[in-house]
Design a protein. Sequence first.
Length: 310
Amino acid sequence: MLKDYLKLHFIVLLWGFTAILGKLLTVPPVELVFWRTLLASAGLAGLLLVRGTGWRVAPAEALKLLGVGALVAAHWITFFLAARLSSVSVCLAGLATLALWTSLLEPLLLWRRVRPYEVGLGLLAMVGLYLISQAEITQLTGLLVAVASAGLSALFSVLNSQLVKRHAPVRLTFYEMLGACLSIVLFFPVYSRYFTHGQGLQLAWHGLDWLWLLLLAGVCTVYAFSSSVELMKRISAFVVNLTINLEPVYGIVLAQILFVLGVPGFGQEKMSGGFYLGTVLILASVLVHPVLDQWNQRRARQQQAAEAVV
């Protein structure tokens, strides 16, 4: 079990490293996500062949998976854009509002009751966001884009929570990566004409881009995902979700290490005290949420058991 727990934390560390890779890559965010999803689709297709997992999905379900893939593409594009517009630390602080977005979207999309403790944690996260925005006012645009990216992530996570009940995880992810890649290809003509300032698509790799892209698609996407699915067979969902919430922490720590080491491109990582206070409040709301959620579920089960006895 110790080996499994260490492996899980290593996977979350890899996910926290994605914003740093986005900063190191010279490819623009849209083209970057195109390459990531294309390479990830190829890797997942190979994984399906090796495991002998079936490919076939009903046409209606395939359209749903491809549509969610388009949301994934939008999330990743805004995520990497936020990392370019601000520092990695500010980007990850904004991404940490994922739990807040989920608590807002789940009642709307899944028709469940609003939980009072989620409202309280959401308010705490909003206070944290306010402190960060005031402390790092020059990076406000990047923070807002990161918060929007977290909202897109929460949206496809809520939709996936229903789709994963009907599809094998690797097959589901393959179709979503394929949908993300195809949606970007369809967006290319509009993007090239109106959003590139006349420069056109910039798909060429420069310097070490090939290495960063292989790490991003192969290690941080295909390997990390397939390994996390395997670990979920032996580790409880509560522990997995709680550990995944540490992704912004690991990412911010890695960014600070690169700043201390003087790595080019990470000079913005020195933050004010208000940033760290706001980040602590957001992370506190994120880490406390699954604990309260599990307690709420346990209490509901106990009430049901008591009613069954009566």
